[in-house]
Design a protein around this ligand. Structure first.
Ligand code: PFF
Length: 453
């Protein structure tokens, strides 16, 4: 026990439970909805390579750091930063890092829930046979019809937020552990089957070539920033979600092994999603750069035309909703844990407060697809602005600060002890990555985007 622990804080039942929950947080819409469409918008292979490098050199070391910070104090991210910066005698401004994470969580969840609402709407569409024998233009019509309707979007967004709030209200262990244990493996199997279907479309080679053959002339400063931001988004790092999950992690678990496993699974899921989607995109004459509607305009074509596609379509979208749910709960857990541990609320009250704020914020995203689609700030709709602000700015800034804190501010013996690898080569490698490589990479990408480099 370290002197910084609070004992009234929950704990996972095992290492496996943490792996499930953290993988549940990492694997979500980011892998299946976002990764393919941003890859499509940013030219394919070269973007994928930058993303993979960012996961390896920036994401994994920061994920280890974030887990370690949470586990050391066993408190919510806001109190974690207060406790650890006081322990290290560091500047009080470090306290704001926890707050920034909570705000980023609200902002992300406000649009994440709207997209998860699309996936929920597609469960019903799949069930009623809307994809049956449909061609690309009919499927596009379905999607356009959905996002043009504020009422439908509000309905599905509300339903998803209610689901999130009711799982979180029950606590981290009960709801989350059970659901993810069964759902993650099922999602994985379905993705593999979809990749197998994609092989039969006739455009498999073209799809794979797009995904894996780099053409660096297609990379811009902004696409490098998007790839880096996505590494943070997809691993759920930079805002305290993994910190709060780390705070429930038993002391005897190896952080490095666990993090590698989670990041590896997350990456494989994203690549499988890309391998399933791009062949269908090319086979159906669609545009890889179709934007956020990409999976909703491609996968239903597969479901509508394959044997057993009705059942498969329903199951796929159900899995997608659950993958989104196991991520969304981690987006409000930092705020809920803080409200419970500091404001004397019970989990239910804390969920109602934080859930309602997010629900209301979600209206901005909903309207940005229809009645406010012409309203732009810095040339972006509200949805695009929220996405850019959180994934490309707040998460990398949060991650940068976590790296600096874990690498430079926290005492060496503390990080060695928490990571459980005193003076080993792995520790040295981590230390170089967290002190130099990760912060410098984030900084350089920012300089490049603002035009200094
Ligand atoms: N990692 C999730 C996904 O890929 O869908 C999204 C996410 C969850 C981002 C939690 C950030 C976070 F803190």
């Amino acid at each position: 026990m370290t002197g910084t622990e609070k004992s009234d804080h929950g704990q996972w039942s095992s290492r496996f439970a943490f792996i499930l929950a953290a993988t549940g947080s990492a694997v979500g819409l980011g892998n299946i909805w976002k990764f393919p469409y941003i890859t499509g918008e940013n030219g394919g292979g070269a973007f994928v390579i930058v993303y993979l490098l960012c996961v390896l050199l920036i994401g994994i070391p920061i994920m280890m750091a974030e887990t370690m910070l949470g586990r050391r104090t066993r408190q919510n991210p806001i109190d974690t930063m207060i406790t650890l910066s006081d322990e290290a005698g560091a500047d009080k401004n470090w306290h704001y890092l926890g707050w920034m994470g909570v705000i980023a969580g609200f902002l992300i969840l406000s649009y994440y829930s709207v997209i998860a609402g699309w996936a929920s709407a597609y469960v019903l569409k799949a069930f009623t046979g809307s994809f049956f024998a449909a061609d690309a233009s009919e499927i596009k019509g379905l999607f356009d019809g959905l996002i043009a309707s504020p009422i439908q979007l509000i309905f599905w967004h509300s339903l998803f937020m209610l689901a999130t709030m009711s799982v979180v209200a029950r606590g981290v262990k009960t709801g989350i552990e059970k659901a993810v244990r069964f759902l993650m493996p099922s999602l994985f199997v379905m993705l593999i089957l979809l990749v197998a279907y994609a092989m039969t479309t006739g455009s498999y080679d073209q799809g794979l070539k797009f995904l894996f053959t780099p053409d660096f002339s297609k990379l811009t400063g902004d696409s490098v920033l998007t790839a880096m931001g996505h590494a943070f988004f997809t691993l759920s790092i930079g805002m305290g979600a993994i910190m709060v999950y780390g705070s429930y992690l038993p002391k005897d678990v190896s952080i490095s092994k666990t993090v590698f496993l989670i990041a590896g699974t997350d990456t494989v899921v994203a690549l499988l999603a890309g391998m399933a989607i791009f062949p269908i995109v090319f086979a159906s004459g669609l545009e890889p750069a179709a934007g956020p509607g990409l999976i909703f305009q491609t996968l239903p074509i597969a479901f509508g035309n394959m044997t057993g596609g009705w059942l498969f379509g329903i199951l796929f979208f159900v899995m997608l909703v659950f993958a989104a749910l196991s991520s969304s709960i981690s987006l409000i857990e930092p705020a809920v844990a803080w409200l419970v541990e500091n404001k004397g609320m019970n989990r239910k009250q804390a969920c109602i407060w934080s859930g309602s704020i997010t629900w209301l914020l979600g209206f901005g995203t909903i309207f940005s697809f229809n009645i406010w689609s012409g309203f732009k700030i810095f040339d972006r709709t509200i949805f695009q602005l929220l996405d850019y602000l959180t994934a490309n700015l707040l998460l990398p800034i949060g991650g940068f600060c976590i790296a600096v804190f874990a690498g430079w501010i926290m005492k060496r013996q503390h990080s060695e002890h928490e990571l459980g690898m005193p003076n080993t080569l792995s520790y040295q490698v981590w230390k170089v990555l967290i002190c130099y490589v990760a912060p410098a990479a984030v900084f350089l990408v920012f300089l490049h985007v603002v035009g200094v480099l």
